[in-house]
Design a protein. Structure first.
Length: 333
């Protein structure tokens, strides 16, 4: 009897330790552990002492066993889910196992029926409804196939492959958020890209808005914002909703930057240290697309023909042909 009590206590302690270490970066308990990792977490001297604990937890549905690249791995199930699984009938367990195998990617209802080992469609449907009502599984919307009903375990967090990224809301692309974020990035990067704005005088014969002149920083004298800098600004600007700000990643901001580069709104330049890339706006670009400069004629597409600082460009000056990145690009140097 004492041995049984010791087994139960040791197994419970192992379960708690594994649970504490199971959280992934999204807050879901999706991590899996091999035998060596469980041995290290348990503090037991050898696998001979560990295996009875694993067997006990597996028999009580608290551990799930999988095989990855030929090696056994284990992940935990919530205690409440384990109790409910033990009470399921044979068909329910088969359907649950199919969904569990899909892990955080989920599985279409159509594919569940295919993999359920010949269980009739109406029985599969009944099992899904029963387990969803018991909060063992949940239906989610996949961005890849919005029309298909997708199921996964209730305690798992869907992967980005299923939910999309921060630009998706309940499986639908949030175009408004995406567009406003792009404008915000251009707005801030533009404010960090140029020497203090000066104004260019115009002939008094007609009243028009004065044209701003964007002066470049001398090469090697300015740190342009990096993707990390832009991410920090966006997530701390209080312009976007806190829920959206908390879900954004540096990689998603980098993806936005890449799109803005393809749209010729941002360009990549070396920072002062010459060790990392920063970004600045292309001259003339504003954060509002309605005010972007038009392409112009063949003559005005020559860099010097449309340069707003042409009159102060001179050899040895703050703006000079030797350091003009636009000439280099145009001449393909």
């Amino acid at each position: 009897m004492a041995d049984v009590d010791q087994l139960v206590n040791d197994s419970d302690q192992l379960y708690k330790t594994v649970a504490e270490n199971s959280l992934d970066e999204h807050g879901g308990r999706t991590r899996q552990f091999n035998q060596d990792q469980l041995l290290e977490l348990s503090g037991l001297p050898d696998s001979k002492s560990l295996m009875p604990l694993i067997q006990y937890l597996s028999n009580n549905q608290l551990f799930r066993t999988t095989r990855t690249q030929g090696k056994l791995q284990w992940s935990i199930r919530p205690r409440e889910a384990a109790k409910q699984i033990k009470a399921l009938d044979r068909d329910d367990k088969v359907v649950y196992g199919v969904i569990e195998e899909a892990h955080d990617k989920g599985i279409w209802s159509r594919d569940i029926k295919k993999r359920a080992g010949g269980i009739a469609d109406n029985i599969v449907k009944r099992c899904l409804e029963k387990m969803e009502k018991a909060n063992l599984i949940k239906g989610i919307k996949s961005v890849k196939s919005p029309a298909q009903r997708t199921y996964m375990l209730a305690h798992l967090v869907p992967s980005e492959e299923v939910t999309g990224n921060s630009f998706y809301d309940a499986g639908d692309l949030d175009e408004s958020f995406r567009d406003e974020l792009m404008k915000l990035i251009v707005f801030w990067v533009r404010s960090q890209s140029w020497v203090e704005t000066k104004r260019r005088s115009r002939p008094p014969r007609r009243e028009i808005e004065p044209q701003t002149i964007q002066l470049t920083h001398r090469v090697g004298t300015h740190n342009y914002p990096t993707a990390q800098d832009i991410y920090s600004f966006v997530t701390n600007s209080h312009v976007i909703k806190p829920s959206k700000a908390s879900s954004l990643t540096v990689q998603e901001i980098q993806d936005c930057i890449n799109v803005l580069q393809w749209d010729t709104k941002l360009e990549r330049v070396y920072n002062r240290s010459m060790a990392e890339w920063g970004y600045r706006t292309v001259r003339g670009v504003t954060y509002d697309p309605g005010f972007d400069e038009s392409p112009g004629t063949a003559l005005t597409q020559v860099p010097c023909g449309t340069c707003p600082v042409f009159e102060i460009c001179a050899e040895g000056g703050p703006v000079n042909p030797q350091e003009c990145v636009y000439l280099d690009e145009w001449l393909k140097l």
